[in-house]
Write a protein that binds this ligand. Structure first.
Ligand SMILES: [Zn+2]
Length: 101
């Protein structure tokens, strides 16, 4: 299996048809969903990896998120090891609340 560079995967993914003209919230909100770019952590073979600049749809009303097809493709390629990492991600980890007792 050939290892493709991240930019090539991005280029290929961007050739997929644009779905973000009018994305409606699955919860039936009246406002269309917005496209945002986020950093997301995924698990690959039990180890965390980070994908940067991942496009997601977010509903401004209820906060519901959905992943566009082209982002799903990128995630799939990364999880399958088809993309070379651009670097390492290392950061302090914080907990937002006390664990439930
Ligand atoms: Zn919504």
């Amino acid at each position: 299996m050939a290892v493709t560079s991240y930019t090539e995967v991005l280029k290929a993914a961007r050739q997929l048809p644009l779905e973000d003209q009018v994305m409606e919230c699955p919860n039936g909100c009246s406002v269309p969903m917005k496209t945002v770019r986020v950093e997301r952590i995924f698990n690959r073979a039990g180890k965390p990896i980070v994908i940067r600049d991942l496009e997601m749809y977010v509903c401004p009303e209820c906060g519901c998120e959905s992943m566009p097809l082209r982002s799903a493709r990128i995630v799939e390629n990364v999880l399958n090891g088809l993309v070379e990492p651009i670097g390492q991600f290392c950061a302090p980890l914080f907990q937002s609340a006390q664990p439930a007792i």
